[in-house]
Every structure is written in C-alpha cells, then in structure tokens.
Design a protein around this ligand. Structure first.
Ligand SMILES: [Zn+2]
Length: 352
C-alpha cells in the first residue's frame, strides 16, 4: 500500500518533468529579457528545476539512483536550452524585440526640386544650343579691363554709375562683375572666329535690395561675331528664342536704346502674357513687357579685342534670368529667389 502510494507520486513527478521539458523545448523568445525570465523560472534558486530536485528526498532508497539520473538529465536539458536562448538573444534579437521584415519596401527619399532660376537658365541654354550657341563661362571676380574698359566703358564714363558694384579693397582694380559681358571680352580676346556663345552666370550690383532689385542676380548674355552678321540675324534669333520660351503667339517689338557696347542698341519687349496686350498691372497697361537689351557690337569693342571691325560684325544681347523667371511663373518679388523658403521652392518641379 505504502509502496504503491510512493509509486503513484513518482509517476506524477515523471509526468510533471515531461510537461516541463515540453515547455522548455517550445519556449519562444519574445524580447531581449526573455532569456533571463527563462533562467529565473526554471534555473533560479526558487526555480522549477530546483523544486523538482528537492523531491528526491521522497523517493525510496532503491529508486534514488535511477530517479537521480532522470533529474540530472532534466537539469542539464534546461541548462543547455538556456545557453541556446542566451546566444540567440545576444546575436539576433534587436533591443526592442521588434522583428524587422526585410521584405517591406523602403521609405521613400524626398527628391527635392530644382531652383526656378536653374530651370529657366537650363531652358534658355537649351534653346540657344539648338541654334548652335556654345556655353562660355568666366570669373565672377574680374578686373577693370574685362568688366568695363574693354566694353567701351572707360574710367569716368557716366554709364559706370548705373553699374556700381563691390570692389576688393586690397586691389581696387578687382571687383565683382556687374554683368557676364566680361566672358564675351575674354572669348573675343582668344581671337578664334566666328564666335557664337551664350554666357550664363551670377552678377553683382551695389543696389538697395527690394522686390525689383537685388545686390546679386543672374544673366544670360549672347554674342555672335562673324562676317556679314546683320540686325536681321539678331531679330530672328531673339524672335525664335521668345517663341520657344513663351509660346508661338508671343509678339516682339524693338525700342531704340543706348548701351556703350552696342551701336545701334535696342530694348526688346514681348507682348504681355497676362493680358495678351489689352493692358494690366504687370505690363503697366501698355500691353508690352521689356525682357532684354541688345544691339550690334560696337566697333570699338572689336578693335579693343584685336578683331578687324572692317571685316567682322556681330550682335550681342543680355537678359536677366530673374526677370524671365518672374514673367514665366508670375513671381512678384525678386527676393523670394534667394530666401530659401521651401514653401516657395517646392512649387517648382523639373525632370532635369
Ligand atoms: Zn498686361
């Protein structure tokens, strides 16, 4: 009777050990702390393994050896499983315990947009490139000769007043260029003819910053020098340009003007894109908007650059990129272009 009771107790204990072994084998690590929780539950000083071990005192002597072996195997099984779990924790589980799904698509990177001045500059360049104009660039810090004197603007010439700029105090002969015409001079000085270039770039003037003026802005100038270049060539080139830029319906007109570097000189207007010539605030109710200055290259310039003005002639033109951009996108304040306000810049997109 006593014997069978003990036997029943042993059976129950063996069953319990089997249940624990199943639990241990199927234990799932949910986060970094799970291995430690496992250790406390099974291998701690009040853990289940220790608990089962204490049962050995109730086992009859003749069964102690056999039972002791079972308990020992159980303990080793629990310990080796703990080692396994510990390795998994330190090698694979992230700190938070959140599993990463590597098959999910990644976060989209914000692509940004081109600056409106760059969009318009690139468009101007591509139109003139189709007519055979090459892009030429030059320095933004320039000497007096290339910025003024060579362009028929000698010292004390009153037109210099309109182009006050920033001078380098260590050497007053150096300044920030007031136009990209310095590039034209440098190209003409090379003496390789014919010349057919456009010069995009940043220029500087000592101006009070306002909605219509800034101390720096951007220009594209063009120069074509060859034999037999006439005002008709100039007119047709610029007409093609504005049609490509603003649409086939745009009209042009030339008004006589004065520039020291061209003779004759003209301002070119286009018909107002907003009111189609009827009159509005943008065109000051004239129906026309001024977009660029142009003219036939002054013979003095050719001679200054050692080009025979008896043999060669040419035309030149210059426009402000800001002005074209303001007309194209109806931007009313020049300062927006340099304020880096994303609310403004995000409105422009370009594929290139
Ligand atoms: Zn108008």
């Amino acid at each position: 009777m006593v014997h069978s009771l003990i036997f029943a107790g042993m059976e129950a204990l063996l069953q319990q050990i089997e249940i624990y072994k199943k639990e241990i084998a199927e234990f799932v690590l949910e986060d970094k702390n799970a291995a430690e929780a496992f250790r406390i539950k099974y291998l701690g000083s009040k853990g289940l393994v220790k608990n089962v071990m204490t049962e050995i005192k109730n086992i009859p002597n003749e069964k102690k050896k056999e039972f002791g072996q079972i308990l020992n195997e159980f303990k080793i099984f629990a310990e080796s499983r703990f080692e396994e779990l510990k390795n998994v924790t330190s090698n694979q589980l992230p700190e938070t315990g959140i599993q990463i799904d590597l098959t999910l698509p990644g976060d989209q990177l914000p692509l940004g947009s081109r600056h409106p001045l760059s969009i318009v500059k690139n468009k101007i360049i591509s139109i003139f490139q189709r007519l055979g104009f090459a892009v030429a660039e030059g320095p933004e810090i320039e000497d007096d000769w290339h910025n003024f004197s060579a362009l028929n603007l000698p010292e004390d010439h009153p037109a210099r007043d309109m182009q006050d700029t920033f001078y380098i105090s260590q050497n007053p002969d150096w300044m920030l260029r007031t136009h990209t015409s310095n590039v034209q001079v440098r190209e003409m000085e090379k003496g390789i003819l014919p010349i057919r270039i456009i010069c995009p770039g940043r220029v500087y003037r000592n101006e009070t910053v306002s909605a219509r003026a800034h101390c720096f802005f951007h220009q594209v100038e063009g120069l074509y020098i060859s034999d037999n270049v006439s005002f008709a060539d100039l007119k047709q080139t610029l007409y093609f340009f504005v049609q490509e830029m603003f649409g086939q319906d745009v009209k042009i007109r030339f008004r006589p003007s004065y520039f020291p570097f061209t003779e004759p000189s003209a301002e070119m207007d286009i018909s107002c894109l907003i009111c189609n010539g009827k009159g509005c605030n943008i065109c000051k109710h004239t129906g026309w908007v001024e977009i660029l200055g142009c003219g036939m290259v002054h013979p003095n310039l050719l001679e200054n650059c050692k080009i025979d003005s008896g043999k060669y002639s040419g035309f030149a033109f210059g426009m402000g990129i800001e002005r074209i951009t303001m007309l194209k996108y109806q931007v009313k304040d020049l300062r927006l272009f340099s304020e880096n306000d994303l609310r403004f810049l995000k409105q422009f997109t370009s594929a290139v």
